[in-house]
Design a binder for this molecule. Structure first.
Ligand code: WT7
Length: 646
């Protein structure tokens, strides 16, 4: 198999759920769909029994569109459900097997992890953190990121994890928005052997901030850092005397569990609010059925806790199932291109959950790397973050799944909290490139502008028609934006996902990609407006228009069209400076691939930059109707410049 056309959206291949897999799968009866469809609330209520509650709910759902409350009146603690509940039978089972880029390995049993979490929970309390206070976590994938998240959950302090590769500026914006007094970070970390000075980024970013009171610093990389008197505290010092038990806080179902910032079409990043009860039920249930988690599984999700995948499918869902996690702190090609397969072999990983951009990179490196290792322990493989093209799907199935593992392509978002569209590996016949069907209890559809369902094969907007337990509750501090972004497209009760999609004759979903101004670079979500506002804050830049260009490896890459201020000369030096400026202000993953200088940008008569036109130019497509343009001639000039790029 293998070299099928990559460009085609559809592939004829069908993969039935393997019989032996189906025989033991957590979900193998197709009736699960019928049962859930008849009464979704009942379905979620049944699954809520797998969570331990201090008090059961009075009502499963209160739906006042677009506001939902799930498991109304229920009381629980998320950390308790991830750790304490597993002590009865699994106290000495590994909860976490952690590996660093340099090869250090640390293992925590469930009881050891609980002890660390309790200690840090007590530390937070000693620092004055109270229920409801937001704690910001700015750590790479080291055990302390998981420990701090769970410690926050234990004492009812919502966490806001900021991806470690974000700049200090991006960190500061999020801290300010959340009004977060406590920050957990580290001295530094290494990527491909190169040290990232995390603490220095913190110092630069929050320099002028009056919000942050205390910074807890994990000593990880041993690089030199400045510790600010009265503000900065070493993790290892403050943990030393901390008590090893801590009563979990009794939380309401609808108490905030965490905030996760994500990029949208307009403005600054939005704080997506997730609450406790519905989120725990949703992630526990989907992990169990989609990843088929069992007693002996060794589960590795390669995501980072800085994104929602790390929250739902590293921490909360899998731990609530008593799973053994593998996490890896480094790059996939360090020291060599077989690092992932080496990890799978050594730790006997049975389930792998990774991203299309990684899969396409492995494909480019060739099958000899996985072939160097025994990866036959794998029994299920998953994909998330962007559309996976059939060629990459087939390669993954053949070379990593060794032709025997079911592939689950899982569609969801920061806002949905849980996987919404995916195969159930013991039931669904998969088609390479299709995320297949909505999860039981979820009603998904492809609609047109008016809200009518489009015919099979036609493109439309992906929509969710009914509420689900882990749905976004609001945008932190910005209720209007919550309504405007997700609910105002149609009738204020149908969720607009921001993705284009189509369904085939069998009703299978094929996700096409974002229809708004969100760019997906290697699965990372970048907002055009946010990016542009940073560009124009540079003293040499007058105007900027940023769009995604399709890319075989990364999904999309960034094309940035810039007009310079009068008197500033176009030069390679300025380009370099602007790239560094983006890295410093957002993070290295947002580095623009191309910066194209222009005398003018396509604008409407009212002066608004038309990204639609820029996007067409970058992708060498027909820009369509140009009659509303201030000056249609600019298009030709930009086309010529774009064509000349390599
Ligand atoms: C956007 C959400 C959900 C965790 C990681 C990303 C795209 C995600 C798929 C998939 C096609 C996908 C969509 C979505 N996306 N998974 N399986 N197939 N597209 O979370 O950063 O909130 O991004 O990622 O465009 O809207 P996120």
């Amino acid at each position: 198999m293998g070299e099928k056309s990559d460009k085609s959206q559809e592939s004829e291949a069908l993969f039935k759920a393997p019989k032996d897999f189906a025989a033991n799968a957590n979900a193998n009866d197709p009736d699960i769909y019928k049962i859930a469809e008849q009464d979704p609330e009942k379905f979620w209520e049944m699954n809520a029994e797998n969570i331990e509650w201090y008090n059961k709910w009075e009502k499963v759902l209160e739906w006042k569109p677009p506001h939902s409350k799930w498991f109304v009146g229920g009381k629980l603690n998320a950390c308790y459900n991830c750790l304490d509940v597993n002590l009865k039978e699994h106290a000495n089972k590994n909860a976490l097997i952690w590996e660093s880029e340099s090869g250090e390995i640390r293992k925590y049993t469930y009881s050891e992890l609980l002890e660390e979490v309790c200690k840090f929970a007590n530390v937070l309390k000693d620092l004055g953190v109270k229920k409801g206070d937001i704690v910001t976590i700015y750590l790479p994938m080291i055990p302390q990121v998981i420990i701090s998240m769970l410690a926050c959950a234990r004492i009812g302090a919502p966490h806001s994890v900021v991806f470690a590769a974000f700049s200090g500026e991006s960190l500061a914006t999020r801290i300010e928005n959340a009004n977060s007094r406590i920050l957990v970070t580290c001295d530094g970390y290494s990527r491909r052997g190169k040290v990232v000075e995390q603490k220095n980024k913190v110092d630069d970013g929050i320099r002028s901030s009056e919000i942050v009171d205390k910074v807890v610093v994990v000593k990880h990389q041993q690089n030199d850092v400045r510790m600010k008197d009265g503000r900065d505290i070493w993790w290892h010092e403050i943990m030393e005397g901390a008590g090893t038990s801590c009563e979990p806080e009794v939380m309401d179902s609808e108490d905030m569990l965490f905030l996760m910032y994500t990029s949208g079409t307009t403005g600054k990043p939005k704080g997506i609010v997730h609450t406790t009860g519905g989120y725990m039920v949703a992630t526990q249930t989907t992990s169990k059925f989609i990843f088929d988690l069992k007693e002996d599984d060794i589960y590795w999700c390669t995501a980072d806790c800085g994104w929602i995948t790390g929250h739902s499918y590293i921490v909360y869902g899998p731990l609530a199932n008593g799973t053994t996690l593998v996490t890896y702190e480094g790059a996939p090609d360090y020291p060599d291109k077989d690092r992932y397969w080496d990890i799978i072999e050594r730790h006997k990983v049975t389930i792998l959950y990774t991203a299309p951009t990684a899969i396409r990179t492995f494909m480019k490196w060739g099958p000899s790397w996985p072939q160097m290792h025994d990866i036959s322990t794998l029994r299920l493989i998953g994909s998330v973050g962007e559309p996976i093209n059939p060629g990459a799907w087939l390669w993954y199935h053949e070379n990593i799944g060794l032709g025997k593992c079911p592939v689950v392509d899982t569609w969801w978002q920061t806002e949905t909290g849980m996987i919404m569209i995916s195969a159930l590996p013991g039931i669904t016949t998969t088609k390479p490139g299709s995320a297949t069907m909505a999860f039981p209890g979820i009603k998904a559809a492809v609609l047109d502008d008016k809200g009518n369902e489009v015919a099979p094969g036609e493109n439309g907007y992906l929509a969710i028609l009914n509420p689900w337990p882990s749905m976004v509750r609001t945008v932190f501090g910005n209720e209007e934006r919550f309504i405007e972004t997700y609910w105002s497209k149609w009738d204020n009760k149908t969720y607009f996902a921001g993705d284009g999609a189509k369904r085939d004759d069998d009703g299978y979903f094929w996700i096409i990609g974002r229809v708004d101004d969100v760019i997906k670079v290697s699965g990372h979500r970048i907002g055009s407006a946010e990016f542009e506002s940073i560009m124009v804050s540079h003293p040499s830049v007058a105007e900027a228009g940023v769009v995604g260009k399709e890319d075989e490896l990364r999904g999309e890459i960034i094309y940035c069209y810039v007009t310079l201020r009068t008197g500033v000369e176009e030069s390679e030096d300025i380009k370099k400076e602007l790239r560094t400026y983006v890295e410093r202000n957002i993070g290295p993953f947002a580095r623009p691939k191309q910066i194209i200088f222009a005398d003018d940008l396509p604008k409407t008569r009212s002066g608004k930059i038309m990204r639609r036109v820029l996007k067409a130019i970058a992708n060498e497509k027909d820009p369509g109707d140009l009659t509303t343009l201030q000056d249609p001639d600019v298009v030709q000039a930009l086309k010529e410049k774009t064509m000349k790029l390599e």
